[in-house]
Design a protein around this ligand. Structure first.
Ligand code: ADP
Ligand code: MG
Ligand code: MG
Length: 889
């Protein structure tokens, strides 16, 4: 029978399959350290299974468990030759919570358990150290009083502070045995006052009270909130560790500390940590005394006088250093370690994988490969792809003063400072004068693209993580804070208000798109450094992945950025973004407003050279690589003027009465533009638009060819296809135009034609569509919208309710939903069935999401395409997907 309560050095714990699940993270590592021969104070772990039993038994420890605990206690007693509750040589215990993963919100550790009015004197006598015994007892009353009995800790701290004031001393260490004696009486009085109960003198009552408190804390509000945020299942439960105490508070040859085996912020291979002489437990992090450095080097760097551990306890320091090496070798990862020194003897109290910055994660992984601790595969698997985000954008220099005036959603990472502007025009104007602008809008629309591009950062009062502002900003790599309900914008006054201040147009603010902070004034930023380690890791990733990684891009600048980040082509070049350019928007409007085919042809002719130039630029940058160009997709009215001023301007240019322009705008209005006259439906109604676009592509190719410049390979993509006839007709149009251009230029042009699969019908009819398509690109943004019948831009209103009710486990616009992915899989199978060689890719936002990329790899797509700044993330995620598929995870 498996025991539910295990001694640290029990043989059974060695054979447990997932020790962390059963013993919790802390317990599993304590017993593992013990088995490695490291000095760990004896103890036992009450497994997570017992937590389940505890709740089944109406939150009580049943007799069977109690007798097992007592049995394990006997083993400790024998080990350390002390006795729990003894009046000569009392054993003291620590009771520590320990879930599978470290979890703030769980019960705090209780130290010195087993002390009461009598055993405290025995301890004083036995150690000939009255001060130490009393100090330990008051700590115990404080912790137990707080954690188990619910007396708020400030009551105790207030008593100590007042006492120190009357005595005229500063530090706890300045208080002597008598002082603590008095305070112990005060502490017990406070407990009685607040709980109407005596502080328990029975040591077993103390022990079972503490163990129960750990289990109860699993269902505390704090723990529940944390679990929800971090997706930790409630069934996991927590373990409890009961361990004999070692004492860092017995004098100047005692200490307690925490140490990392490497530097967690920059990853350098040097131990890094803090300690305190004559201290216990959380003193190091509590902030009551300033902790000292572990190494001499760190002390010198920080220019402080207080001796490092290396200097004050040199022998123990050397021993610690050796143990840290051993731990790293064993766990093959950077460790975060807690230790205590009792009379010059070192004790290990905890080890776990240390949290680290993205920068240090990359350096540590690469270094460990060099040190032959881990393989390249392990290094690649170890880095969280999403964490690379912070390496790719400028971040705030946290050393400077930061005055946060409001918060919003961290919609697009990176930090930016600049003058506040409230219109896109103003953002462009400032930028043309070489000034930095932050565009502040209630929300953004496609009209704002130019302004968003010009601005250094974007702040909106409305809209979620997938709002227009957020999506476009991420695509552009612009920092963005969205949906800040804490700011109140007045376009009229050109101001926005927060609870604490008013910001006027032209005032400088800083936004931090990685955290959602809105900050007054300019804050200096730290530039991203794509270091040698980073590119080394990426090259290893590249060697493991099969999925190609392309980018979504339509400007030369973004294309260049993406190429530098390793993009292997463009998966989505949205031609409509090219229409918004200042010089062309008028011709675009002219085209849309034209009443006759002839008028439209004239307007299109004006646009042709612009589009051709766009393609020449992009085809040059992506030379030798594929570029998927999507023909015009959005409904035409998106391009039309909105304000009276704009309408007047347009009327003037196209030489039409204002009234007529207004009525044309009215005509173009749609009830539901997402499902309206858009995509290839435009190509069917106005073939001349698509013809112009194809001509621009082919003429660009011809020109490059004539100049002997190696071009990209174009893949022409028809959007929003749902029927075989649509793709057939559109493909004819493309080929017809290609033939004309070939004839005119007397040369051959190579290209392929394919379609976006973004409607359920297209996925279902993939076999028929594949007769005419040489590639499919899954447009999973629209496919998600149309599969669910949910408009992404409106989903913010109910998304949180859906997440709360667990209808969605994640936002389906962020990670691909399994219904949508079923449709993709179906289309893949049916498409391949018709055309074995069909090229398959994904170009929705999911193309940059690591979970969705795993699906793409599994279903056997050829490539994913994502925004330029996510290209490295996608490369790493693609490699991990491949390795995980091989490991069959
Ligand atoms: P946390 O999960 O918050 O790190 P721990 O259970 O590790 O809590 O306990 C916090 C601190 O309490 C440890 O770092 C150590 O200083 C002290 N502590 C825990 N157990 C013992 C023990 N057996 N002897 C001495 N100190 C202990
Ligand atoms: Mg700890
Ligand atoms: Mg679409």
């Amino acid at each position: 029978m498996t025991k539910l309560i295990l001694n640290f050095n029990s043989k059974q714990s060695k054979s447990i399959k997932n020790p962390k699940n059963f013993l919790g993270g802390k317990g599993a590592n304590l017993s593992e350290m013990g088995r490695m021969g490291l000095p760990v104070p004896p103890g036992f772990t009450i497994s997570t299974k017992v937590c389940e039993i505890f709740y089944k038994d109406k939150k009580k420890l049943n007799n069977n468990l109690i007798s097992q605990i007592k049995k394990e206690l006997k083993i400790i007693e024998k080990d350390v030759s002390k006795k729990f509750g003894d009046l000569k040589n009392p054993l003291l215990l620590s009771v520590r919570s320990g879930a599978r993963v470290s979890m703030p919100g769980m019960m705090d550790t209780i130290l010195n358990l087993g002390l009461n009015d009598k055993t405290v004197n025995a301890l004083a006598l036995k150690t000939s150290n009255g001060r130490f015994a009393k100090d330990s007892y008051r700590r115990f009353i404080q912790m137990y009083g707080n954690v188990v009995m619910g007396v708020e800790s400030y009551h105790f701290e207030e008593l100590i502070e007042n006492y120190k004031l009357t005595k005229g001393v500063l530090l706890d260490t300045d208080l002597d045995e008598n002082d603590w004696n008095g305070l112990i009486e005060d502490f017990k009085r406070i407990v009685k006052e607040k709980t109407k109960k005596e502080f328990p003198q029975d040591v077993f009552q103390q022990l079972f009270g503490a163990i129960s408190a750990v289990f109860l804390s699993w269902e505390s509000n704090r723990a529940k909130v944390y679990r929800k945020l971090n997706k930790i299942p409630a069934e996991w439960g927590t373990a409890v560790n009961v361990q004999s105490m070692v004492f860092g508070n017995m004098g100047d040859d005692c200490a307690t500390g925490v140490v990392f085996t490497r530097n967690p912020s920059d990853g350098s291979n040097e131990i890094y940590g803090e300690y305190l002489i004559n201290a216990q437990g959380e003193d190091v992090v509590a902030g009551t005394r300033t902790p000292q450095y572990i190494t001499k080097k760190a002390r010198k760097n920080a220019k402080v006088e207080e001796p490092s551990m290396e200097e004050s306890l040199p022998k123990v320091f050397n021993e610690l250093k050796k143990i840290l090496k051993k731990l790293e070798k064993h766990y093959k990862d950077m460790q975060d370690v807690e230790f205590t020194v009792e009379n010059n003897k070192l004790w290990m109290l905890q080890t776990r994988s240390g949290k680290r910055t993205a920068k240090s994660a990359v350096k540590i992984a690469v270094d460990m490969v060099k040190e032959k601790l881990i393989s390249k595969k392990e290094a690649v698997l170890r880095i969280d792809p999403n964490s690379l985000d912070t390496l790719l954008h400028p971040t705030l220099d946290e050393n400077s003063t930061i005055n946060v005036i409001a918060n919003g959603l961290p919609a697009s990472p990176g930090a930016a400072s600049g003058k506040v502007v409230f219109t896109s025009e103003e953002a462009e104007r400032l930028t043309s004068m070489m000034q930095d602008a932050i565009l502040v809008r209630v929300e953004t629309s496609p009209e704002d693209i130019q302004g968003m591009h010009a601005a250094k950062g974007i702040l909106t009062a409305r809209g979620g993580m997938t709002s227009h502002a957020a999506v476009v900003a991420r695509g552009m790599g612009r920092p963005c804070v969205s949906g800040s309900s804490e700011i109140d914008i007045s376009y009229e006054m050109k101001t926005f208000k927060t609870s604490s201040m008013e910001i006027k147009e032209g005032d400088v603010i800083t936004i931090d798109g990685s955290t959602g902070r809105i900050i007054a004034g300019r804050v200096s930023t730290v530039k991203p450094e794509i270091s040698g380690d980073f590119s080394k890791l990426m090259s290893w990733a590249d060697s493991f992945r099969k999925l190609k990684v392309r980018t979504n891009s339509e400007t030369p600048k973004d294309t260049k950025t993406a190429k530098d980040f390793g993009a292997e082509g463009i998966g989505l070049c949205r031609t409509e973004h090219m229409f918004f350019d200042e010089e062309r928007i008028f011709s675009v409007r002219e085209m849309i407003l034209s009443k006759t085919k002839e008028d439209r042809a004239l307007a299109l002719e004006k646009l042709l050279p612009h589009q051709r130039k766009d393609f020449i630029d992009i085809f040059k940058i992506m030379s030798g690589l594929p570029v998927t160009v999507r023909l015009l997709d959005p409904p035409l009215h998106e391009f039309l003027p909105r304000t009276n001023k704009e309408i007047n301007e347009v009327a003037n240019i196209v030489n039409l009465p204002v009234k007529e322009v207004e009525s044309r705008i009215e005509e173009l209005h749609e009830q539901n533009p997402m499902l309206g006259h858009r995509g290839c439906r435009l190509g069917i109604s106005f073939p001349e638009i698509y013809e112009m676009q194809c001509r621009a592509i082919f003429e660009a190719l011809a020109e490059l060819k004539k100049n002997n410049i190696k071009s990209a390979f174009p893949e022409i993509m028809i959007p929003l296809v749902s029927t075989e006839a649509e793709i057939r007709i559109m493909k004819d149009l493309v080929i017809r135009t290609a033939n004309q251009v070939q004839k005119e230029n007397k040369l051959k042009i190579k290209f392929i034609v394919g379609t976006m699969i973004e409607l359920p019908r297209a996925a279902i009819k993939a076999k028929e569509i594949a007769k005419h398509a040489e590639f499919f690109s899954f447009g999973t943004n629209d496919l998600t919208q149309t599969t669910f019948g949910i408009s992404r831009d409106d989903s913010g209103k109910f998304l949180n309710d859906y997440l709360d009710h667990k209808i969605f486990s994640v936002d389906p616009f962020v990670s691909i939903d399994d219904g949508v992915s079923d449709l993709v899989q179906l289309a893949v199978e049916r498409g391949r069935n018709q055309n074995k060689k069909i090229k398959l890719g994904i170009c929705g936002e999911h193309g940059g999401d690591p979970n969705s990329i795993l699906f793409c790899a599994k279903v056997g797509l050829n490539y994913v395409s994502c925004s330029p700044y996510r290209v490295p993330i996608a490369r790493l995620a693609a490699a991990q997907s491949q390795l995980n598929i091989r490991n069959k995870i």
